[in-house]
Design a protein around this ligand. Structure first.
Ligand code: NAI
Ligand code: ISE
Length: 338
């Protein structure tokens, strides 16, 4: 039986997820869409035979024909829709961030905890990327011994006009924060943010690039170079240093050409290209879990913890000091480590 999915927010990633639900994955179809930009939602619906256009997200969630919901609207609007899904007892896949503030994430965690079962998956797709998964297997398998350090880079070629300086942390580096929690199965305990010389290509008022230093509870130090003006492409890097060896992400899928005394390969253009298979895998995992009556992957707790670390990072950027991360007690519903 196919799951009827309703999609709220049909912008860049919303349309990407609609394409994969409709043409790439199995077990689901897009049964309903909405967007505050109803013209855009109408255009999207026209290309999807039998798909209902709803005037609001609330109407879409309330539609008895919608089995489960994908939320791909702007971050500050996620809370309202995720809470509505929890209240309706419907599974929801919410793009990152779960919500942009600690308080909003707490309200979601509280509502889900009161419901007594997991209904929320957050779109931290790197957990479904083949390279990151292989890296985690090496780390947890003990092949490189006790992990000590991780070096990461998150270089965006450019970003849209609405992007703010703070978003380098809470929109970009949030992925690296989730990766660190997931790879090392523990929470981030403190954040320091260093500001090297600012790129002359940075927009006015931007600190770009940034060096975000994360300390895990057991003392692994993760340095994340984050920038949104790299220009040359979308460059995602990661290397874990252990007591007995290292493991690093290789260059993206593709070939290396050696010619005339030089070698070259492709740098992905953006996140769509770099993580296309990871997005497919995460959404297929969600569809399969929903069909089986539950959910999977990054939880509301993971979304909450990532947002709190981002807020702490922004505080560290402003204070110039090392800032401790303060999390509430983790409810039993999320007993599995990140
Ligand atoms: P976008 O601006 O292209 O699309 C967002 C859509 O949401 C727009 O069509 C807008 O009209 C609609 N919208 C805004 N407020 C709404 C509301 N209250 N109700 C219904 N629709 C509303 O943005 P984009 O890039 O698609 O990002 C959407 C979300 O996905 C963001 O939270 C972003 O952080 C996340 N994202 C995640 C990525 C990942 O790598 N996992 C990559 C890109 C985006
Ligand atoms: C975007 O919203 C994403 O989530 C991408 O994965 C990230 O690389 C990019 O920096 C964000 O703006």
């Amino acid at each position: 039986m196919s799951i009827n999915v309703g999609v709220i927010g049909v912008g860049a990633i919303g349309q990407g997820h609609i394409r994969r639900l409709s043409h790439v994955l199995s077990g689901a179809r897009v049964g309903a869409v909405t967007d505050v930009d109803l013209d855009r939602a109408g255009e999207v619906a026209r290309d999807l035979p039998g798909t209902v256009l709803h005037p609001t997200g609330a109407a879409l969630v309330a539609d008895p024909g919608v089995d489960a919901v994908v939320v791909t609207s702007w971050g500050p609007t996620h809370e309202e829709y995720v809470l509505a899904c929890i209240a309706a007892g419907k599974q929801v896949f919410c793009e990152k961030p779960l919500a942009p503030t600690r308080e909003a994430c707490e309200r979601i965690v509280e509502a889900e905890t009161a419901a007594g079962r997991r209904l929320v998956m957050v779109g931290f797709m790197r957990r479904f990327d083949a390279q990151y998964r292989a890296m985690k297997d090496v780390v947890t398998g003990g092949e490189i011994g006790l992990p000590l350090l991780m070096h990461a880079a998150h270089r965006n070629p450019s970003v849209p006009d609405f992007f703010t300086s703070d978003m380098i942390i809470n929109d970009s580096a949030v992925h690296d924060i989730d990766v660190a929690r997931w790879l090392f199965d523990e929470e981030i305990a403190a954040v320091t943010v260093l500001t090297p010389r600012t790129s002359r290509k940075a927009k006015a008022g931007f600190h770009d690039p940034l060096l975000v230093l994360l300390e895990t509870g057991s003392g692994v130090l993760v340095d994340v170079e984050a920038s949104v003006n790299a220009g040359f492409g979308y460059d995602i890097r990661g290397e874990v240093v252990g007591e007995d060896g290292t493991v690093e992400l290789s260059e993206s899928a593709g070939v290396v050409v050696k010619r005339a005394g030089a070698y070259s390969g492709r740098v992905p253009a953006d996140w769509r290209e770099r993580f296309v298979r990871a997005f497919d895998a995460e959404l297929q995992a969600w569809v399969d879990a929903v069909a089986a009556g539950g959910t999977t992957g990054p939880s509301a707790w993971d979304g909450y913890a990532a947002t709190v670390v981002c807020e702490t990072g922004l505080a560290a950027l402003r204070s110039g000091a090392r800032e401790p991360v303060v999390l509430r007690e983790r409810p039993d519903l999320y007993e599995v480590a990140p």
